[in-house]
Design a protein around this ligand. Structure first.
Ligand code: CUA
Length: 376
């Protein structure tokens, strides 16, 4: 075969391999979830461009190597030495300059896309996001500073999340939105909060899950919250039916005038108990439900039983590893609530804990008013 034919064969094989590898990457190995934000478009384009380049580079190297191994293999009876080659200055310059330009080009491309993503958007709604082991809280400054464990967003409305963490680093990540941002701990509670901003515009109505993308302890993999992207009508309805029932951060001032049960209900959300303890029979949470909990006999992991009375609940809130309910694990619940309650502007650990117990006790009363207490 002439030199020209080898050249044509290598080019043809490289094109076929590039297309095949690109299809493999794009449609089988690295399939993307739905594009649910405006930001997903440029990010996916960039990822797509990477796939193309990777497919081409892998193809060109493998095709030339395998083709050379096959086409220029030693012929039977040929015992002579192969041709002696030295370096090739022109070739070396080419394979230094082209990859350098490609890497620098991608760097510039990345900076342009990132700058665009960080830019302020006109009319963006601000929502505060608080991460803690192992739950998410969302505070709505334009809805009376209501605080809840669900993120509700209006479709096609730009949003600015102002985020921080109460304990360790967490990371806000909804794969469908493509963007991701770490939440940094505030450190000293008296210090001013440093917010980490994250901007995006959801474009696809639906329900998504925010997951934590930074290893933050034992229940890191369970640190989820629901994200709802809604149209105007559904959003208004959600504000009306769901958010209205939430507590407001502004109510902290009203705490001294509330009943212990009301304060306990506030703390249940405020301190993130709701992340692991349901008030109904939702399965799969990291901690036992509070439904019908008060006064019930609990089977512990060491085989003994205990009645969930005031002293037991008190111990379980402040020293969660002392006794573990069967079916749950030690070192799951953070062991720092005594400190956190003491640092809280109102009340001390003792009072806050007793308020939570009063709330747990009141849940039984609610139930007795309704139906019989359900089985555990
Ligand atoms: Cu929070 Cu991982």
């Amino acid at each position: 075969m002439s030199k020209f034919k080898h050249f044509i064969a290598v080019i043809a094989l490289t094109i076929i391999s590039t297309v095949g590898l690109y299809a493999l990457f794009r449609f089988f190995l690295f399939r993307m979830p739905a594009q649910a934000s405006r930001e997903a478009v440029p990010i996916d384009q960039m990822a797509d461009f990477h796939f193309m380049l990777q497919a081409f580079l892998f193809a060109v190297i493998m095709v030339i190597m395998l083709y050379a191994v096959y086409a220029f293999r030693r012929q039977p009876g040929d015992d002579s030495d192969g041709p002696h080659t030295h370096g090739h200055t022109g070739l070396e310059i080419i394979w230094t300059v082209i990859p350098t330009m490609a890497v620098v080009g991608f760097g510039i491309y990345g900076i342009v896309v990132l700058t665009d993503l960080l830019d302020e958007r006109p009319g963006e709604r601000t929502i505060e996001v608080v991460g803690q082991q192992w739950s998410w809280q969302f505070i709505y400054p334009d809805a009376g500073n209501k605080i809840g464990s669900e993120l509700g967003l209006l479709v096609n409305e730009p949003v600015l999340l102002q985020m921080y963490a109460r304990d360790v680093i967490h990371s806000f990540w909804v794969p469908e939105f493509r963007v991701k941002q770490d939440l940094l701990p505030i450190g000293n509670p008296e210090d001013e909060i440093t917010y980490q901003p994250l901007r995006f515009t959801p474009t696809l109505e639906g329900t998504y899950i925010v997951r934590c993308a930074e290893m933050c302890g034992l229940q890191h993999s369970q640190m989820f919250a629901t994200v709802r992207v809604m149209n105007q009508a559904a959003y208004d309805d959600w504000l009306e039916t769901t958010v209205t029932g939430w507590i407001s951060v502004d109510d902290i001032e009203l705490l001294p005038d509330m009943s212990p049960e009301e304060r306990g209900a506030f703390f249940y959300t405020y301190f993130g108990c709701s992340g692991c303890h349901a008030l109904d029979d939702t399965p799969g949470l990291a901690g036992p439900t509070w439904q019908g909990l008060y006064g019930r006999e609990r089977e512990l992991s060491d085989g003994t039983t205990v009645i969930a009375d005031d002293p037991y609940l008190y111990e379980s809130i402040l020293h969660p590893n002392a006794r573990i309910v069967a079916g749950f694990f030690a070192n799951t619940m953070p062991d720092n609530f005594e400190e956190r309650f003491n640092q809280f502007v109102f009340g001390d650990a003792d009072q806050t804990t007793n308020d939570l117990i009063a709330y747990i006790r009141s849940l039984n009363a609610d139930e007795e008013a309704g139906a019989e207490a359900p089985a555990p």
